[in-house]
Design a protein around this ligand. Structure first.
Ligand code: GLU
Length: 479
């Protein structure tokens, strides 16, 4: 690795399925790395053993892969700076903690939970700042012996110096913190597990991260992390904190607004490439104002200085619009493959691949999500169809419709089912035959009888694919 190689990471905790917020952070890191010819690394932050779950790790892998964000180093693919799972790095944190103890930047704290709470209560009562009192900072050897004898297990705290800390955030600009407001914080719990702020720095040092691009909810952690870099004499990476993603009602995006996991969106029938395009525009915009862009194009155009300083709003309508655009512009052979998982309830073997493509082409126009295709194509399958009462009453039960269908039954015999263009002509002839009935009325009756609906795919496609036997059967049933 050269000294100025770009190395960035996404470091999700496997305590849930990959959230859209984390996915967007991953995407920005990926775009930045690929634009600069750098490396994108996946690290799994699973030190919270109780909340971490292998199924969530798998979901994170699968979701990132579906989005096309392949990592260069990670738990499954390895790399020069592994292991890439925090639970496999515990001895590394211990070594770093020992270093900080030796250099006097950290100290053991033996306080019990009750003692800490009592201290807090007192500070509250005396209207003082709530902050750890450092009472374990200068213990005598006798005190320590006493605590050990009581069976206490210490944590390790990092000592916060009393000064101001400034750093330049690549998105937020100059950020300043008064360190006097921060208490000495725990870096190692009594069970030997590191806390987030400590493990993240140890890993980012070892994995040689050049930039830390993450959500702005972590900006308040940054001073603590910078202090650890300083104490360890390590190079401090550049920081870039991205604004949050809000729901359309401007509150934090959460389950009550709908799906929040990438896998849920994909399951609902959002195309991963449309979803990625949409996510890229959540807080970033292209220099030329383009909206629909494949990942490769976004990589070319991406830069951190076009990330907006404020929060982004997750507009479901825009996602729907974008998904529809991607569905309509996808080559139909590929679209059929993507759609197949939503057609499992149908016997697809009754059609050739070419016929399936004809069907999908005929129904794709109004689709917003792939899952809607199940309903859109249902009348192409099975012999009979269910006709609901409303269509029956308002369309099929009229005298005019009965006349149309009775006439059409005879006309069906002569239709050239193999040729959609010809069917259009023949339907035209039939409409003329039915005058003075309005053409629309004629077609409505036929459509309702064949599909149970008043609108849908092109009638030529429907008649051709249902073919003679099913057309006659459905017309007879409707009559
Ligand atoms: N595990 C942390 C999270 O998912 C990582 C934060 C960071 O990037 O430092 O929020």
């Amino acid at each position: 690795m050269t000294n100025n190689e770009i190395r960035v990471r996404i470091a999700p905790s496997p305590s849930g399925n990959l959230h859209v917020g984390t996915a967007r952070t991953a995407l920005f890191n990926y775009l930045f790395a690929k634009n600069k010819g750098g490396k994108f690394i996946l690290r799994i932050e699973d030190t919270d053993l109780e909340r971490s779950n292998e199924a969530y790790t798998q979901n994170i892998f699968d979701s990132l892969k579906a989005m096309g964000l392949q990592w260069d180093e990670g738990p499954d693919v390895g790399g020069a700076y592994g292991p890439y799972k925090q639970s496999e790095r515990l001895d590394i944190y211990t070594k770093y903690a020992e270093k900080l103890l030796e250099s006097g930047h950290a100290y053991y704290c033996w306080c019990s939970q009750e003692e800490l709470e009592a201290e807090k209560a007192l500070q509250l009562e005396e209207k003082k700042q709530i902050i750890y009192s450092k009472r374990c900072k200068n213990l005598s050897p006798e005190d320590i012996e006493q605590f050990k004898a009581e069976g206490r297990k210490p944590v390790i705290r990092f000592e916060i110096p009393s000064r101001q800390l400034k750093f330049k955030d690549l998105i937020k600009g100059d950020v300043e913190f008064d360190l006097n407001l921060l208490g000495d914080f725990v870096i190692m719990k009594s069970n030997g597990i590191p806390t987030y702020n400590f493990a993240v720095v140890a890993d980012d040092i070892d994995m040689k991260m050049s930039h830390i691009i993450r959500g702005e909810d972590h900006i308040s952690n940054t001073p603590r992390q910078i202090l650890i870099y300083e104490a360890l004499g390590a190079k401090i990476p550049e920081f870039a904190h991205v604004g949050m993603i809000l729901a359309p009602d401007k509150t934090k995006l959460s389950k009550r607004h709908g799906a929040t996991a990438v896998s849920e969106f994909i399951q609902q029938g959002y195309l991963p490439e449309a979803f990625v395009n949409f996510l890229a525009l959540l807080g970033w915009s292209s220099p030329d104002g383009a909206e629909i862009m494949p990942l490769d194009e976004i990589i070319q155009k991406f830069s951190l200085d076009r990330i907006h300083i404020s929060s982004a709003v997750f507009e479901f309508d825009k996602l729907n619009w974008m998904n529809g655009m991607y569905i309509r512009s996808m080559p139909v052979s590929e679209l059929v493959e993507r759609i197949k998982p939503y057609l499992q309830e149908f016997d697809l073997s009754i059609y050739t691949q070419e016929q399936l493509e004809t069907i999908i082409n005929a129904v794709k126009e109004p689709l917003v999500k792939l899952s809607e295709v199940t309903n859109a194509v249902s009348y192409f399958f099975g012999d009979s169809i269910n006709i609901d009462n409303e269509i029956q009453e308002t369309v099929l039960n009229t005298e005019e419709s009965k006349k149309v269908l009775t006439e059409f039954l005879g006309f069906c015999e002569g239709i050239d089912y193999g040729d959609i263009e010809k069917i259009h002509d023949q339907l035209g002839e039939f409409r003329t035959m039915m005058k003075p009935l309005k053409p629309k009325q004629t077609m409505w009756a036929i459509r309702a009888a064949l599909t149970g609906r008043t609108h849908g795919a092109d009638m030529g496609v429907i008649v051709s694919l249902l073919a003679k036997n099913r057309v006659i059967l459905r017309i007879k049933e409707a009559i």
